[in-house]
Design a protein around this ligand. Structure first.
Ligand code: ADP
Length: 490
């Protein structure tokens, strides 16, 4: 079973460790973010340059209208050559310039435009037909790029075709260069992110590795192992706290089990040693049949005690593993309490203990009669056994909210506070009381606790040394449909 589940874990183990996967995620995430930023910037630059060129072309187009005028039948550049600004502007306008008639016949073509080549007459005709200027991209013979504004130009009753261009090679080159620089820097940045990511992932996973290491070395011998919490309160801190909590429970259970095995072997050995002693003595010293009878009778008492211990242990084990089924029937708790109290009155009388019962008749609960009798039997036998001569024991049965409460109170020696958390454990006895009172098996209260839990209830104890002890068993009046017979009295 363990081997099989081990195999399954091994099969499901990923090829890459968590640290590597985290680092890879950082790198991939960063690469995606960097690529999108780079592309966005590139696109933004392209758009900005394009808009700027359009604005410049608008300006040039308007300036053109001011300088290109109709004189009689032809178009001429009208400006004052002596005026440096006008001369400069016209010179600039004519640098990449094409003027044709409506049929596409070239009237004027600058050298700059010559490298682009004259526009085809079909294009000219279609632009003149549309009546609106258009902006197109043209490439010169040496690879230089131009943005060209072309459109109809009406003067002296005739329509001409005009095109002016602006060199934009630089506009194309800048975004491309930016992208190249960015792409060259990317691997360096990704490497830096990978190193930082590896370091950060290692740091944040180190508490996890501490838990793994600790869990790996846990064995029966070092259950006191704890991991120091980080104090951050995050998920890893919670993991550490959960691990520590688990270890605490394991340690407590393990300790209890260890104590139980030591106690159980001790409890079984004592009557065995006694029997052996009695039989040896009988063998060596008994002469008459009466001698033998006496020895056998005492040995039998110890055999009975041994049997009781084994029987109780077996029943407790069955109860804790859910093999004992409760037979739930509506019962009047007052009546059960009265019968059990009556059973103990001769014993109480012998110790001059006043034994009183105070029971509410209306207390009916669905219980397993046999088990509740056994519960009362254990509590009453303890009370009568441990209470001094002339003391008082009281049994009370009442309703409280949705619960039935059965109390057994005495004014006996009481139980010291440090013993209280343990008295329901198997074989636990308060050592001081052992010598004066008769020896019990030490399983009575373990039974009481199991019976209360199995009925969906609980048992509480209040005690003061020198004043007395009260055990209160609280049972739900209507237990849940499926009574938890398997309740574990850990
Ligand atoms: P035991 O067989 O020894 O009575 P129990 O499990 O019934 O075992 O009780 C556990 C221990 O709790 C007892 O050894 C005793 O010291 C203490 N105890 C139980 N009931 C009382 C009581 N009414 N007054 C004082 N001590 C008690």
């Amino acid at each position: 079973m363990m081997f099989a589940s081990g195999l399954r874990t091994a099969a499901r183990r990923p090829a890459l460790g968590l640290r590597t996967r985290l680092t890879l995620s950082y790198v991939v995430l960063f690469a995606v973010v960097m690529t999108s930023i780079g592309l966005t910037f590139h696109q933004a630059l392209v758009v900005i340059f394009h808009q700027q060129t359009e604005r410049l072309l608008d300006g040039e187009w308007n300036a053109l209208k001011g300088f290109l005028r109709a004189r009689e039948t032809e178009l001429v550049w009208a400006y004052d050559p002596e005026h440096p600004e006008e001369a400069f502007t016209v010179d600039r306008l004519r640098r990449v310039f094409l003027l044709t008639d409506a049929e596409g016949e070239v009237i004027e073509m600058s050298n700059g435009y010559a490298s682009i080549g004259r526009e085809p007459p079909e294009l000219i005709r279609s632009i003149l037909r549309s009546g609106a200027p258009a902006t197109v991209k043209r490439t010169g013979s040496r690879g230089e790029v131009y943005m060209v504004r072309m459109g109809p130009y009406g003067a002296a009753g005739r329509t001409y075709f005009v095109a002016i261009g602006l060199p934009v090679s630089e506009n194309e080159r800048v975004p491309a260069r930016m992208l190249a620089v960015y792409a060259a820097a990317a691997p360096v940045m990704l490497l830096a992110i990978a190193i930082l990511g590896w370091y950060a992932a290692g740091r944040s996973l180190s508490p996890l590795l501490r838990v793994v290491d600790a869990a790996r070395i846990v064995s029966g011998g070092n259950l006191s192992l704890r991991i120091e919490p980080l104090g951050t309160g995050d998920e890893l801190d919670q993991l550490i706290e959960t691990f520590n909590g688990m270890m605490e429970r394991l340690e407590a259970n393990f300790e209890q089990m260890k104590r139980f095995s030591v106690d159980a072997s001790h409890e079984l050995r004592t009557p065995l040693t006694a029997i052996r002693g009695q039989l040896e003595v009988a063998l060596l010293t008994a002469r008459t049949t009466d001698d033998f009878r006496r020895s056998i009778a005492t040995a039998l008492e110890d055999v009975e005690r041994l049997g009781r211990i084994v029987q109780s242990l077996l029943q407790l084990a069955q109860a804790e593993t859910g093999q004992l089924r409760l037979n739930l029937q509506p019962e009047m708790l007052a009546e059960i309490a009265a019968r059990q109290t009556a059973r103990f009155s001769p014993l109480a009388e012998k110790k001059r203990i006043s034994l009183r019962l105070e029971a509410a008749e209306d207390c009916v609960a669905a219980v397993d009669r046999l088990q509740i009798e056994r519960l009362l039997d254990n509590l009453l036998s303890n009370a009568v056994k441990y209470t001094q001569e002339g003391g008082a024991v009281e049994v009370r049965v009442r309703r409280e909210g949705g619960e039935a409460v059965i109390e057994v109170a005495d004014n006996g020696p009481g139980i010291a506070e440090h013993h209280l958390p343990h008295i329901f454990e198997k074989f636990y006895r308060v050592r001081e009381g052992e010598r004066t009172a008769g020896r019990g098996v030490g399983l009575g209260l373990a039974f009481v606790r199991w019976i209360a839990l199995a009925h969906g209830g609980r048992v509480e104890v209040r005690s003061r040394v020198g004043e007395g002890t009260t055990f209160a068993v609280r049972l739900p009046l209507r237990p849940a449909a499926a009574a938890p017979a398997a309740a574990k009295a850990e």
